[in-house]
Design a protein around this ligand. Sequence first.
Ligand code: HEM
Ligand code: HEM
Length: 244
Amino acid sequence: MSNTTTHHGLSREDITNASEVAAARSIKSVYVYEAPVRIWHWINALAITVLALTGYFIGSPLPTQPGEASANYLMGYIRFAHFAAGYLLAVGLIGRLYWALVGNHHARELFWVPLFQRAYWTEVWGMMKWYAFIAARPGRYVGHNPLARFAMFFGFFLLTLFMIVTGFALYAEGAQMGSWQERLFGWVIPLFGQSQDVHTWHHVGMWALICFIILHIYAAIREDIMGRSSVVSTMISGHRTFKD
Ligand code: HEM
Ligand code: HEM
């Protein structure tokens, strides 16, 4: 670093720091995600974590426990946690859909993608270049970035709907004929063929969702560090702040 001083007696570094401080004062903050969206996000993440952990063990059960069968209920507790989290996920998504109707316009971004707008694809392409380390700077977006919207609609929303529909179809087998689960989702098992097919697709769906989650958390943290605006704190406080 150069120590050259100006006629004010300030070093170049002092001037750079001073201009950074001046710029910092002009940082704009926009309120993006309302409280119901944020609370839903974290409850939903918790439910999916429980569902994936317990679902994994439903698919690959633990070895038989010693002692009388009536003295052990381990798999029963695991399945109970899965079903409780499954209800939380489904009720949460219904609540989130309601908020899309009454909330601000960012609350609707999760449920549709402007696939037929040319400008949208230009922005998606720009974000892909930024994520691939080809573009030097990302765009600035108040809501979700255009690539995130694509991932959230197809990789989260549609996939989660699929998990709920197949999950309740499997649940209907235990709840039996005439239950509301069977009346609403009884058509699913015949559609796939038989119960084991639904088990398999429900299982595959879990791994697809885990892929989304890995990319999602990577992108959220990476954008927080390298992007032009706040990201993780936006899903906590609701406010988006811009660095430049
Ligand atoms: C099971 C785990 C998770 C799932 C399924 C999930 C899912 C989602 C979904 C669907 C949205 C869109 C919200 C909406 O428009 O209503 C979202 C946004 C967001 N999530 Fe997650 N999330 C998970 C975990 C996390 C974690 C651990 C973090 C923090 C590191 C995180 C950070 C964020 C952020 C920052 C946003 C807003 C992004 C933006 O402003 O564009 N998520 N998440
Ligand atoms: C993110 C969402 C979910 C994930 C990741 C998930 C994961 C799994 C996995 C991996 C299995 C084992 C499948 C197999 O290999 O046989 C399973 C089974 C099952 N899931 Fe889910 N699931 C989800 C949502 C749901 C929902 C919403 C329900 C509805 C209540 C549900 C109900 C069931 C039922 C009834 C079974 C079969 C239990 C058994 O055969 O003992 N799941 N789940």
